[in-house]
Design a protein around this ligand. Sequence first.
Ligand code: F6R
Length: 611
Amino acid sequence: MCGIVAYIGQREAYPIVLKGLKRLEYRGYDSAGVALINNGLQVYKKKGKVAELENHVSGKDMRSHIAIGHTRWATHGEPSDRNSHPHVSGNGKLAMIHNGIIENYAQLKQELLNQGHIFKSDTDTEVLTHFIEEIQKSNHCTLEEALRIALKRVVGAYVIVIVDEDNPDTLIAARKGSPLVIGVGKGEHFLASDASPIVEYTKEVVYVNDYEIAIIKADELILKNISNERQTPYIQKLDIELAAIEKGGYDHFMLKEIFEQPQTIFDSLRGRLDAKNGTLTIGGIREHAEMLSKAKRIIIVACGTSWHAGLVAEYMIEELCRIPVEVEYASEFRYRNPVVGPGDVIIAVSQSGETADTLVAIESAKEKGAIILGVCNVVGSSIARLSDAGAYTHAGPEIGVASTKAFTAQLAVLCLIGLKVAIVKGSITQQRFQHLLDELDHIPEKVAAVLKLNDRIKEIAAKYKDARDFLYLGRGYNFPVALEGALKLKEISYIHAEGYPAAEMKHGPIALVDENLPVVFVATRDSYYEKVVSNIQEIKARKGKVIAVVTEGDQVIPGMADDIIMVPEADELVAPILSVIPLQLLAYHIGVLKGFDVDKPRNLAKSVTVE
Ligand code: F6R
């Protein structure tokens, strides 16, 4: 989704903003632009990659100590130079970058058209820029005051940053519903939609809150709420290192992140799981564990890969805690007027912590009295802050658009939450609890063993890369893994793939099976194993090609399948953490072999901040 960068200070602003835009490329975008003040307001924007913007400005005088930059992911109006940000006010003095959507922009636009404004783009952002200019003109007020008045009328979510030709030593920013981080340097400030463009300059950051306006000079940061009251900026320390947002010798961020999993899973368990002493501590839910153990039901809301993690958690929590769990697409849950209220527990699962569908779902559930637990990766993100309690996944920054290490960390943390509630509730024996703690404790080394299969998986990828469709099948805990495998393949190889519960296959998808259809079975040894073996036979009887992920030592499936990937043995409750890894690698290699940019797949955004 759109990315925002801005700088004000003693250094040259443009190179900092340009580098920041490159750091934000992973979010997904279709055009880029910058504005700076150098003999008046200068604005440059271009459809396409940041590199095209860079070429476009080459040779121009870009000197300035203030600049804003933007990567746009089209919502209102097609990707084009004229729809790219920054957008400029009618008098040519204000330039604005914006993330989010102004929902009532059509009404505002009509009012402005009636007042004689002329628009050059199809965007809601240009409307807001003109609206602020109009308020400033008719009220004879400062930009800050005009912004405050404007935001009281605006419906929607936004982060905006404005430069004003008449005030070249000040940036003005505001936030509602979309993230904005301000890096505090010595005599300089850095603004961005996430910490990645900031981390190499300063570790001290302020997360702007909803309905706050920031007035930023090189050596001063003033925060005010929408009623013009000063707020104290709360400076936090960033806990990420520059290395975490660089490729570190790998060809792609996606591959790096797949290979980081032994460490990231370990990090998600660290300080929480103590298998030796048989204890489990999750600081973020400590005070809620008792309440959770008494919950009548738990509703998990999420999107995409995080929703798949939620599905695995449904199996885990129901088995361990004997509490009914519902797993909802956040977007559907929010808008179908769900029956939810006091006594309900909602677990919101989100890597970014900024997914708009998940955010609005928990906002409305919270208003109705539900308790919200957040399982997020990005520290300080909107969902984490809105939650009553929760646990971070600690997987580190995930830059590849296709989620990999965040998924396995979510599974690990959701398993810990299930175990904690189960032991408080007494719904699990001490022996099973200890067994699962041991199993989790060994997961990082087993993941490392699976990663050793990379070359073999690459060969399998080469064999099937030209298939038109894929089917992914699994049962029980491995059914959501099949869904996740199919999603990964779709996202980065653009091959049509479907995930199904293996038994459900015979109720329809079996019609697709012929000698050209690769069918990926997630068939590790668990309580569904015998049934899955029958499903494999059903596919083979129809000449389908079977690629099977099985448990080491399996004597049966290797005799039937065309290609086998063996993963270490694990309890079925934690097995998805292992069985998903070959599917991540398979999708990665097929995407690369087909020549696609797997880190930035077409049309996708890393953090989906529009509903
Ligand atoms: C898939 C993927 C998306 C996200 C989804 C939710 O690889 O990345 O499906 O999982 O957009 O994002 P978060 O977890 O940030 O809420």
